[in-house]
Design a protein. Structure first.
Length: 375
């Protein structure tokens, strides 16, 4: 199985969502179904924006970004996401994590038209953050920049902790409001469209963000509800995208104290896997980064969190667990994070940082046992 960008879990992002299908391009599925009623001006704008987006992602590099990316959780927005796959059977007796339920609550009141708008706008936000933006300009993390200092401190700590090439791992803010900027969207569309058309498409994207009230001018958490890790072969290079919407929902869930560091710890865990060409196709692909994050967060040379914060991170991991044989159930993800914490706490020398390759090897040996923690 080829390597691909990774994220925390299986159902978050509302749309940081990847709208590419088998051919490498696609418009949100709902766009194909004609509306028997006379379309409103907003519907016409959404349909035109979907067409512009479809042509944009015909560019091979952009198509691969969308097709290969894997959101922290699959988008709950109808028509978004990667190529449709057969829905796996739900695990009997399993209840999805609480944060997944919050995303479903956000989606529930949206009409099909609003879902289409959210899908294409969220996908454009994702393309801007993954390909156009970079960390050479100051990154504003959180809707109002409230998480910027914590994110900067956490990524610096992670770069110094793990023994992988880290100077070129960018931290980029993934913002729901990016699509509201005609200039940012012009830059995004310019990756595949002629200059005049790119400018017009950028202006149209901004218009849609503001004319569909449900999008809240880009502040609806569905538009940036995810975090991503991208590997060296991606068009934007190695990077971690941290979504405003994800941080907002995690904060609402009561995990604000550990949100930034916990999520970045997980995403950096994917970079650890990428550095060792470790790309498992089972749940260990997400549970492993949970474990690596737990090790970093509890380690004396890492975040050095106390017992309460360590426990809170384990429950944060559980809150994004799913029941679809995908990234791990709430119980499995909690067990993985806790296992990583215990590796740091039980070392004979608390200041020794075990090589990342060894941590991966130890986790893979423990993984079958952790999979038994389903409840």
């Amino acid at each position: 199985m080829s390597q691909r960008p990774r994220t925390l879990g299986r159902t978050f992002v509302a749309v940081g969502v990847l709208v590419a299908a088998a051919a490498g391009t696609a418009v949100p599925a709902a766009a194909a179904a004609p509306n028997p009623a006379k379309p409103s001006s907003a519907e016409k704008d959404i349909a035109q924006l979907e067409r512009e987006f479809q042509d944009l992602v015909k560019v091979p590099g952009l198509a691969s970004v969308l097709r290969d990316s894997k959101p922290l959780v699959e988008s709950p927005i109808l028509g978004s996401g990667r190529e449709a796959e057969a829905e796996p059977d739900a695990i009997p007796g399993c209840t999805p994590g609480t944060l997944l339920s919050e995303f479903e609550k956000l989606k529930a009141p949206l009409t099909k038209v609003e879902q289409r708008a959210a899908s294409v706008v969220g996908s454009l936000n994702y393309l801007y953050a993954s390909v156009v933006a970079n960390d050479k300009s100051p990154q504003v993390v959180g809707t109002d920049g409230q998480y910027t200092p914590r994110a900067a401190a956490a990524i610096d700590k992670l770069r110094g902790f793990w023994d992988i090439e880290s100077w070129n791992i960018q931290l980029v803010a993934f913002k729901g409001t990016d699509a509201a900027s005609p200039e940012k969207m012009r830059e995004t569309f310019a990756r595949g469209l002629a200059p005049e058309r790119a400018a017009a498409a950028g202006a149209l994207a901004s218009k849609v963000v503001h004319e569909v009230p449900a999008l809240q001018g880009g502040r609806n958490p569905l538009l940036s509800g995810n975090a991503f890790a991208q590997q060296p072969g991606s068009p934007g290079g190695k990077r971690i995208l941290l979504g405003d919407g994800l941080l907002e929902l995690v904060g609402r869930g009561g995990f604000g104290d550990v949100s930034v560091e916990g999520i970045l710890g997980h995403e950096y865990g994917h970079q650890v896997d990428f550095a060792h060409d470790n790309s498992p196709g089972d749940e260990s692909g997400e549970m492993g980064p949970d474990a690596y994050a737990g090790y970093f967060l509890a380690h004396a040379k890492g975040a050095a969190w106390d017992a309460r914060a360590q426990q809170e991170f384990a429950y944060l991991s559980a809150s994004i667990g799913d029941c679809e044989h995908s990234h791990g159930t709430p119980g499995q993800r909690k067990a993985a994070g806790t296992w990583g914490e215990q590796q740091a706490l039980k070392q004979d020398n608390p200041n020794k940082i075990v090589p990342s390759a060894t941590v991966i090897e130890k986790f893979q040996k423990e993984y079958p046992k952790l999979m038994k923690s389903q409840s």
